[in-house]
Design a protein around this ligand. Structure first.
Ligand code: SD4
Length: 337
């Protein structure tokens, strides 16, 4: 099927979904979590994280929360799992490099006081989420970038190491043959990891960490370390986080907007969906549309959660006391084949 026909088919599917104001998998099956959120169930703690690698991250965060670790430390512990896993090509060690063969990392973390820390364009440090936490706790700033972020990390005792694995290097050398920049949609089901937590005290915190878009320009920073774009929360309302093409999320202040819509009374599902619709409207004639995927996850103070993506294939891990740790498929606007 030609790309254009695929696109038309996908758009039509999307229209049906939008008109019915419901969420459907490829099969047309109604998704439970998005339309019947866990309303007022006060299930705490609640952890949600993007993609399959959210499962082991949730597991670690849950374990830490149950052991009495602070919420921020528990989030950090969870996110260090995919950061350290060389098989995950979109986060931390083993992540795909930029087009110059450098692995450059972005991360941020935010607590219920709206304190936050971030690092961007950080090289040579395996755990950017931990450096982001130090920025939050030990500096007067929110974000450190590049060489300055590295120097700060070293001064805090982090070790510099090579993050480019042989496998990622081989893939980069292969990419160089054609050198065509076209971000892969739903990259191997483990793009950026974003995590949102409603803890036992009813407070909300979150984090986000990524190696960013594979084969990006050297120096490119995505949405993930930017508070308001890749992650945002307001402890009075809820939290949201993003995955996918960072440029589109930055252009629309995506996560901040999801939270603001929840403030106006929308559910996490309605808020995520509205922002994805807005991103679609702003990008449907844009050059990025060919490879555009964005997905949001959100929680609110009531313990409701949801995800929603532009194209199919996005899922997220949810952990609560009632059902344990499991994956949920996000409803979407357009099918992706
Ligand atoms: C970013 N949202 O840097 C992140 C992850 C990514 O394709 O690249 N996804 O844009």
């Amino acid at each position: 099927m030609s790309n254009r026909r695929k696109f038309i088919k996908a758009s039509l599917l999307g229209t049906v979904g939008a008109t019915a104001l419901s969420s459907f998998k490829n099969t047309g099956e109604l998704l439970g979590s998005a339309t019947t959120p866990t309303s007022n169930n006060q299930l705490k703690p609640l952890i949600i994280s993007t993609w399959n690698h959210g499962l082991p991250a949730n597991e670690e965060t849950w374990k830490n929360l149950k052991n009495g670790t602070s919420t921020i430390d528990a989030i950090e512990a969870g996110m260090r799992i995919p950061e350290a896993d060389p098989k995950i090509r979109s986060v931390g060690y083993g992540g795909f490099p930029d087009r110059e063969g450098k692995v450059t990392l972005d991360a941020c973390i935010m607590d219920h006081h709206s304190d936050c820390g971030a690092v961007s364009f950080l090289q040579g440090i395996k755990h950017p989420i931990s450096v982001a936490k130090k920025v939050m706790q030990k500096t007067s700033h929110v974000m450190l970038s590049g060489e300055g972020a590295l120097q700060f990390a070293l001064s805090e005792g982090f070790e510099e190491e090579n993050l480019l694995t042989d496998e990622a290097k081989k893939d980069w050398e292969k990419w160089l043959e054609a050198s065509k920049y076209k971000p892969v949609i739903n990259m191997e089901n483990h793009d950026t990891i974003s995590m949102l937590v409603l803890d036992e005290d009813g407070n909300i915190s979150g984090g986000c960490t990524t190696s960013g878009a594979a084969w990006k320009m050297h120096g490119r920073i995505g949405d993930s370390p930017i508070i308001g774009a890749g992650l945002f929360l307001d402890n009075e309302i809820g939290a949201a986080a993003a995955t996918g093409l960072g440029e589109a999320v930055i252009r629309t202040a995506g996560s901040a907007m999801v939270v603001e819509l929840m403030r106006q009374g929308k559910s996490p599902y309605e808020a995520c969906k509205e922002i994805v619709e807005r991103i679609y409207t702003k990008h449907k004639n844009h050059k990025d549309m060919e490879y555009l995927q964005v997905g949001f996850i959100a929680i609110n103070k009531k313990g409701e959660h949801a995800g929603y993506s532009l194209r199919s294939g996005f899922n997220y891990a949810v952990y609560d006391d009632k059902k344990g740790n499991r994956m949920e498929d996000a409803p979407f606007k357009m099918a992706w084949e």
